[in-house]
Design a protein around this ligand. Sequence first.
Ligand code: BGC
Length: 743
Amino acid sequence: MLYTCVAACILAGCSPTGDDKNAVIEQKVESLLKRMTLEEKLGQMNQISSYGNVEDMSALIRRGEIGSILNEVDPQRINTLQRVAVEESRLGIPLLIARDVIHGFKTVFPIPLGQAATFDPQLVEDGARISAIEASSAGIRWTFSPMIDVARDPRWGRMTEGSGEDTYLTSVMGVAMIKGYQGDSLNDPTSIAACPKHFVGYGAAEGGRDYNSTYISERQLRNVYLPPFEAACKAGAATYMSSFNDNDGVPSSGNKFILRDILRGEWGFDGMVVSDWTSITEMISHGFAADAAEAARRAVDAGVDMDMVSYAYYKELPQLIKDGKVKQQTIDDAVRNILRIKFRLGLFDNPYVDENLDVLYAPAHLEAAKRAAVESAILLKNEKQTLPIPASVRTLAIIGPMADAPYEQMGTWTFDGDKNHTVTPLKAIRELAADKIQVIYEPGLSFSRDKDTKGIAKAVAAASRADMVVVFVGEEAILSGEAHCLADLNLQGAQSELIEALSKTGKPLVTVVMAGRPLTIGKEAALSSALLYSFHPGTMGGPALADLLFGKAVPSGKTPVTFPKSVGQVPIYYSHNRTGRPVTGNEILLDSIPVEAGQTSLGCTSFYLDEGWTPLYPFGYGLSYTTFEYDNIRLAADKLSVSDTLRVNFELENTGNYTATEVAQLYIQDKVGSINRPVKELKRFQRVTLKPGERRKLEFKLPVSELAFWNIDMKKTVEPGEFALWVATDSQSGEAVPFEVTE
Ligand code: BGC
């Protein structure tokens, strides 16, 4: 009965349903709350990071001082600690064990940015399910994922953890992960609670420098940054995390507007909010609180229920309550939110983990990770069909510091991934080549930042003996992720020199980039015959890339983020607003400007004299070994009312020689609004697999209500008028098709 109840609650979204089953949990929460002392309540609001010493932690747990532990991953130790909570603490309230399971627990999937490049939400959901099965087998029932921060600045190291620059894609992928983690019911022992983060705006850190301030207007917050979090709430996300950044002067962990007014008030969220790591006491550094007491007061009043590791709640709230500065009611509500999640997870009925489960690195998990890595790779260039590697190649040179770097290819946030389980491209290529192709391996550089060019001559010699060269370059895992921001996005170390030297051999040169973000690789792309981009692809990256290189699989990934030509163009993203002086295409660039040119002779439009206005690769871009043609794009009706559904029919044909998958994309533009609207917005996409010569009739359906935006009156509204849409292979292709929305 409880099981159905929890399922019903989750299916009903984030608002309290008031149905019978939910009421059972509410009753349990209330009766437990009544029996709790203030210290026990504050204990539930206190999360610590495991510090190894079980006896010390047990003493705290026995006293009821701890509600949750993060970073404990050993099932025996978890059961030991849980036994103390359940059997030796006064009220027997179970602990909630948390971990950053970001793109896999043991079986590591591509980094979330790579998963977004698949444009395949089902695959992302399946990956999250596997992560939940593996993590829960260790006793973990809460992950701090998905990260659904829209990020438009690749200098920011944490772009790697999210789905890139687009609000819609981020929403879809976030929901997919939540479904995978939480399964059909939170109450299932293989389900783990999701934690959409970082609420909110963290991805807009000024200058792309982590923890930096953001300045997002309320309208932009609502139109760009909040929708993924609202979608997460509707998908039943159990918890949220408040972010480190201050927006317009207000740190998120003290921001009542986002945590109470929007999250709980507007969206009806009834789960739990946890602070980010010490983000409560960091409000002192922000200058938003004078001391830990003020920080605790501001955070709890703003709506942060659980304090991640700062201990400010546990230490400061007793006095604040005594002095009447924090209301008892505020504490009770926070504890309700925490207990509710513990009940929904079934922790009271089933607190212990089965220590004999053996699910880690299961063959099906590795197979899913490989599929994800295959679908996440993006073919950015393929001159004269260099790829797949032709059968005529007898000798293949494998070069580069990322060809055999099992740790690095897992990417950031892989506390639990084991490099001994990683299969590198070199290993997989050797296996596929078997005795048919001779593989010569010469790394050239020993790691991505290596500036020692001694090995380059050997790499060039190897390349000269081969029919084709594949060079694996990119970023080590440590160069992206939290606090790992870069001001320069060129390839590190002597990697560019290595590529330049290899290109001089005149051999067909395939460059494979394994990185945590889009890098400024225009020069290296120009020197290469083919370019395959693989955001750190995880445990099974090697076999996936080998299959793609040899044509056993065909690339289908699309860029989830715009690739800039140079850092100076950042932020550059497809869904920008229209300026009053858009480019005309007649702009004159630096090298063509006559000497002593007149002040206004170049035209006055919005572009850079050196880089122009286009990126290196636009959003949604990615090639295939085959070619696709879009045709007959027709609307079922081109005049619609707000209650209608837009139906766009089109035909897609595979005009090449490989069975392959295309990601068809639907963009819209709202021509005139009460505020300036973006040039384009992604609204739908679908993956379509076609055989050579196959043509298929397809359809996009979009309820007109989804054209709504937060307008000049700060109301979410569809404003009737003229619109345009594009059905295309990327954000910069296709012909505009007009339609109208009437009153
Ligand atoms: C990060 C969070 C993470 C938390 C717990 C923080 O530093 O910002 O994303 O979930 O640590 O490890």
